[in-house]
Design a protein around this ligand. Structure first.
Ligand SMILES: N[C@@H](CCC(=O)N[C@@H](CS)C(=O)NCC(=O)O)C(=O)O
Length: 199
């Protein structure tokens, strides 16, 4: 039986983009449904945390972007994005990229709160975390291998692009190795075709 795979996604979610880009890179066909997660009561039966991305495979729910990417990779005939030889580095860097996405998202959510509810301290903390994390990646990450695609590469590219979308692109001037890599990585079709859809 052919798997019926539905990806509930949002228009701009960096976590969702990571999963969609992974499905394209790994040539796994799925039906993507773009939803407004804040009104998606129906999602609770698949994922009580009510977050996107959520994947439903023949009725089985798979939640959290990392689990979704692992699942997609596990059914793909392409080279694995999680090779054994540097598995733990790839997983850890992917978690760092997730943390960057989360910091950008949390900052954004805080900035759109009504003035009386906003915390400048909270916003500053997220901004410091964003800047520190990108500099850390510049200094510590060098998995720029063009000939072997890995999960950390997709995750970092989605996180950096989301940083530019919701915060700013200042990191590009002070993190030159990362910037050079990012410039060529975003030319991949799976990156080009998954850009955020709306402001
Ligand atoms: N750890 C989750 C994070 C997913 C996440 O934070 N999704 C956000 C959108 S980018 C969401 O669904 N937010 C809805 C809400 O907080 O109510 C993952 O990796 O999938």
């Amino acid at each position: 039986m052919q798997n019926q795979i539905i990806l509930y996604n949002g228009p701009n979610s960096p976590f969702g983009r990571k999963t969609k880009a992974t499905s394209l890179a790994q040539e796994i066909k799925l039906e993507e449904k773009i939803i407004n997660v804040y009104e998606a009561n129906f999602l609770d039966k698949h994922n009580p945390i009510r977050k996107i991305p959520t994947l439903v495979v023949n009725g089985l729910s798979i939640m959290d972007s990392d689990n979704i990417c692992l699942y997609i990779d596990s059914i793909s005939k392409k080279n694995t994005l999680f090779p054994k030889k540097n598995y733990w580095q790839i997983m850890t860097i992917t978690s760092i990229a997730n943390g960057l996405m989360e910091a950008v998202l949390e900052r954004r959510m805080e900035t759109i709160r009504p003035d009386k509810e906003k915390s400048t301290n909270f916003i500053n903390k997220q901004e410091t975390r964003i800047i520190r994390t990108i500099k850390w990646l510049e200094d510590n990450w060098n998995n720029y291998d063009k000939d072997y695609l890995t999960m950390d590469q997709i995750a970092i590219a989605c996180a950096l692009d989301y940083t530019m979308f919701r915060f700013n692109d200042k990191w590009r001037k002070s993190n030159l190795k990362l910037d050079k890599w990012f410039n060529s990585f975003i030319e991949n079709d799976f990156m080009k075709s998954t850009q955020p859809r709306e402001k």
